[in-house]
Write a protein that binds this ligand. Structure first.
Ligand code: AMP
Length: 449
């Protein structure tokens, strides 16, 4: 179908301020989910998008929404919003706000964030005069409505992002309550990584003759990542982690533990071994989480230890490695975790530590991803390993602001489960162009129910 062959944002007919912002961002080609979603969403159609983070789904809904706002500017009524985006986590919500601000930077759009874990006063004040776009987590949104700070009677466009996570996190009742307060004459854009029966039901109730768009990122994301598993006794994991972090050419590494307590323990052990690390998990205040995430993003912190919930929605470019210190018991979590690297079409390395008790988790993961993860006996010994940023005599590249670039040639050597390489290392801009090349081959399908 014609839309799927779109290979330039300029062909989409998005309004000028938006195309200018995309040019600023050096986005050239829409990703498959964008090529399929943006044209019908621009005309007001409802959408069901089956896609996970990393596919470009945020822009897939933000761009057509901004286009419609640009075409019909009007002052929102007090304590109302024109567009409501519901997202399951604070981090993801913050990132969605950033995306709206980035893509809407030349059109002076009002975007507000309403999330829990921070005082409500600022959010109440921000809503006082009405906003064009409100991005919220369900609990805080209901609090604001109850506190008389917000009415949903003027919502023209509703986005439900990561619907399956909403279900996992127990938000479905809240979502139903919220939907009941929104006019039924609206446009709804519904995104979910998976479509379990309950989510399919919810979509049926919420959507009106939707365009259904599905991308299959699991395989394509997984294929871009060099994976390996190290079989190790539980007691040896701390030493193995330190060795691995020293041996690998790491720009930014996200280490997953199963529990919050485990995350803090790993931080202490690494710090003791002279490897500065920070943790992000549900026991940290929102302020702490924001600070740690900002430090991780700007390169001041290179080693971040996270639990699954806290890591949801973390979209940080340049994560060169993901380490599964504990293997997840839910195989889909493995895919979500390792997808934190290989963002925007880049490549990455995922190393999983598997102790005796975790073998069955490993088998389930391998079944899900349809491949055997190559096992390596041990990490490169400390003594023979080159230090960060240097391997096989090659210095690691730096980018303009002095932060290490994630895609030095060193990532590309000695791997046995890679897809064909594209040769030389790439700068950020080149990576974005490269993305556009890869996405053209990514599998996706579309049908109208
Ligand atoms: P998302 O799936 O929305 O989490 O997006 C994943 C990453 O891809 C984000 O860092 C975006 O900035 C980036 N991205 C989204 N669309 C494009 C595009 N068309 N070209 C290049 N990068 C993109």
């Amino acid at each position: 179908m014609k839309d799927s062959n779109l290979n330039s944002f300029t062909e989409l007919g998005l309004s000028l301020p938006i195309t200018r912002a995309l040019a600023d961002e050096r986005y050239v080609t829409p990703t498959p989910i964008q090529a399929q979603t943006i044209p019908p969403a621009m005309t007001g159609r409802d959408i069901v998008g089956i896609a996970q983070t990393g596919t470009g789904k945020t822009a897939a809904f933000a761009l057509p929404i901004l286009h419609q706002i640009a075409a019909n500017r009007k002052r929102p009524e007090k304590k109302t919003c024109r567009v409501l985006v519901l997202s399951p986590t604070r981090e993801l919500s913050g990132q969605i706000v950033d995306s709206f601000k980035t893509y809407g930077r030349h059109m002076n759009v009002s975007v507000t964030l309403a999330i829990g874990g921070v005082p409500m006063g600022r959010q109440v004040r921000a809503l006082m005069h009405g906003v064009e776009v409100l991005v919220a987590t369900p609990g805080r949104l209901l609090d604001l409505i109850q506190g008389n700070a917000l009415r949903l009677g003027d919502v023209e466009i509703l986005v439900l992002d990561e619907a399956d996570r909403m279900l996992d996190m127990g938000f479905i009742r809240d979502i139903r309550k919220i939907i009941a307060k929104i006019p039924s004459k609206r446009q709804t854009l519904f995104f979910s990584a998976t479509m379990p029966a309950e989510i399919e039901d919810l979509a049926k109730q919420m959507l009106n003759n939707p365009v259904r768009v599905a991308v299959t990122p699991v395989a394509s994301t997984v294929e871009r990542i060099v994976q390996r598993v190290v079989h190790v006794a539980k007691a040896d994991k701390p030493a193995l982690l330190a060795d691995t972090l020293r041996a690998e050419t790491i720009d930014r590494v996200l280490v997953f533990t199963r529990t919050k307590h485990g995350a803090d323990k790993v931080v202490r052990q690494l710090v003791q071994k002279g490897l500065p690390a920070e943790a992000i998990h549900g026991n940290k205040s929102q302020g702490q989480r924001d600070r740690v995430l900002a430090a991780f993003r700007n390169g001041r912190v290179r080693i971040l230890i996270a639990t699954d919930i806290a890591a949801r929605g973390i979209d940080v470019e340049g994560i060169s490695h993901v380490v599964n210190y504990d293997l997840p018991n839910i195989p889909e979590s493995y895919v979500h975790r390792i997808g934190r690297t290989a963002r925007a079409g880049a490549e990455g390395v995922a190393i999983s530590f598997c102790d005796g008790e975790e073998r069955s988790f490993l088998r389930s993961i391998e079944k899900l991803i349809g491949m055997t993860i190559p096992a390596s006996g041990q990490a490169m010994p400390e003594t023979s390993a080159p230090k960060h940023g240097q391997r096989n005599g090659q210095r690691h590249r730096s980018n303009n602001n002095g932060a290490p670039s994630r895609s030095g040639p060193s990532h590309k050597q000695g791997r046995n489960n890679r897809r064909p390489q594209h040769g030389k290392s790439q700068s950020q801009g080149e990576r974005k162009e490269r993305y556009t090349g890869e996405i053209a081959t990514a599998g996706f399908m579309q049908s109208r129910p």
